[in-house]
Design a protein around this ligand. Structure first.
Ligand SMILES: [Zn+2]
Length: 65
């Protein structure tokens, strides 16, 4: 027999079918992780842009008069 329930996406404990977390502390842990992921993605994007600008600048300097 399979009960209709989810598992907490942080710790894996069974939860009610309409919630993602078993407790507010697990929700907080998840949100913190998400914020870190967003920051990491922004950092990667900035790094990519910086490298691109450096390549373009190097090309312009070399191709210059
Ligand atoms: Zn949990």
């Amino acid at each position: 027999m399979v009960e209709d329930h989810r598992h907490c996406i942080v710790c894996g404990k069974p939860t009610a079918p309409d919630v993602f977390f078993c407790s507010p502390s697990c929700e907080e842990i998840f949100k913190r992780g998400q914020r870190r992921a967003i920051r990491y993605r922004n950092l990667t994007l900035i790094l990519f842009v910086v490298i691109l600008v450096m390549f373009v600048a190097a090309y312009i300097i070399r191709a210059g008069p």
